[in-house]
Design a protein around this ligand. Structure first.
Ligand code: PLP
Length: 256
């Protein structure tokens, strides 16, 4: 490895089907010129249609893994996806404090297939303890409404900024409409919108791909606005070459 390939520390779940989670992170980080360091927060049982079960990883083991990796490698950004249990948040905050690098959080609350992936305690702990330390939050519209406790997306963006996230990109893939409209909230003003032609979905693992792409571009030193724009363009390209590994949803074609 050389310094020209910045390291992105990814804390995500494992999807054995290879569509979402840590594999999405590894493929995305690699495609965009980074190197993925991986801490697996949870194991899941799932197929390309839905998640059946999730089990949190052992916290003591995660601590040992993080200590070994951070003593060895300089991290350029942190990407957080699916969390296994509320107790992982204090551990993650220690990593954020220790590294001092940009943090991207994809607040994974529910699988595309419908299974709930975050209990009420995890949601509350995420809002109270993690959001104030996040540089870029990437909820879809459903997650933004649930985290913010309001239906109106402008109000939700403002509420998530008030909870401490420095930038909020609310994605519109799960909203109706001919175009997918993503909204970047960074202060109390009108959000900047990005509009993309809607591609035939549904997809599995698109949210993980977006958050990992933003983290990699921030690790490469891009300003937030450029990282958000370029990461969305990357995700759009991966969705144009999406493929179906099984009988469920299609997954992004992340390899160039
Ligand atoms: N499994 C894991 C490990 C994930 O991280 C996620 C989402 O981030 C999912 C499943 C659900 O992915 P999707 O909502 O794209 O189906």
């Amino acid at each position: 490895m050389t310094d020209s390939r910045p390291a992105v520390l990814c804390l995500s779940g494992h999807d054995p089907g290879g569509g979402a989670g840590i594999q999405a992170d590894i493929e995305t980080v690699l495609s965009l010129g980074g190197h993925g360091l991986t801490l697996i927060t949870a194991h899941t049982v799932q197929d390309s249609a839905n998640v059946a079960r999730i089990r949190a990883a052992d916290l003591a083991l995660l601590r040992e893994q993080a200590a070994a990796v951070l003593a060895d490698v300089k991290v350029g950004a942190i990407k957080i996806g699916l969390l296994g249990e509320p107790a992982q948040i204090a551990f993650i905050n220690e990593l954020i404090e220790r590294t001092g690098v940009p943090v991207v959080l994809d607040p994974v609350l529910r699988a595309g297939g419908g299974t709930e992936l975050a209990c009420a305690a995890l949601l509350e702990e995420m809002k109270r303890e993690l959001l104030p330390r996040v540089d870029v939050l990437t909820p879809n519209a459903l997650e933004a409404r649930r985290l913010a406790g309001t239906q109106d997306l402008d109000a939700a963006g403002a509420a998530l900024l008030a909870l401490g996230a420095r930038n909020v990109l609310i994605t519109g893939g799960d909203e109706p409409g001919e175009a997918v409209v993503n909204r970047w909230h960074r202060d109390s003003g009108t959000p900047r919108t990005f509009s993309w032609p809607r591609l035939p979905g549904p997809f599995h693992g698109a949210g993980c791909t977006l958050a990992a792409a933003i983290a990699t571009l921030l690790a490469r030193g891009l300003p937030v606005g450029e990282a958000l724009a370029d990461a969305q363009a990357y995700v759009h390209a991966t969705l144009q070459r999406a493929f179906a590994p099984g009988r469920g949803r299609r997954i992004p074609g992340r390899a160039p």
